[in-house]
Design a protein around this ligand. Structure first.
Ligand code: FES
Length: 123
């Protein structure tokens, strides 16, 4: 059964913007991609990069500013350089509010080889 939790007002997240929220013990980012909203864990699937800080959203595409991996938020699919899928919470807009099913926290498994710093990545 879906367990809907209010995250924020839809008007709190302008189009093409990301906002981070702490809902109990769960941190989430809400993205308004124009055609709708997505709710997802706050870190990039590649490394431990906070997407609410370094993520850029334009034309449905979310780009992580660290290594430029991308995802299409309209379809939820990988885009461009991205090698990993994003995880999304089920969400809905209801009565001007964004609700998400936060009954199970979503997290990524980061691989050890992902511990490279920027100097390694660009060499
Ligand atoms: S940390 Fe986001 S693309 Fe590498």
């Amino acid at each position: 059964m879906t367990n809907w939790t209010k995250v924020c007002a839809a008007s709190d997240v302008p189009e093409n913007e990301l906002r981070k929220y702490d809902i109990g013990d769960i941190e989430v980012v809400v993205a308004n991609y124009g055609g709708g909203f997505r709710v997802f864990p706050p870190f990039c699937p590649h490394m431990f990069e906070p997407l609410a800080v370094s993520g850029m959203l334009k034309d449905n595409v979310l780009t992580c500013g660290k290594h430029l991996w991308q995802w299409d938020l309209a379809t939820g699919e990988k885009h461009g350089l991205s090698e990993k899928d994003m995880l999304f919470y089920d969400c809905k807009e209801d009565g001007g509010e964004i609700h998400a099913d936060l009954s199970e926290q979503l997290t990524y498994d980061w691989e050890e080889e992902d511990e490279l710093d920027d100097d390694d990545f660009f060499s």
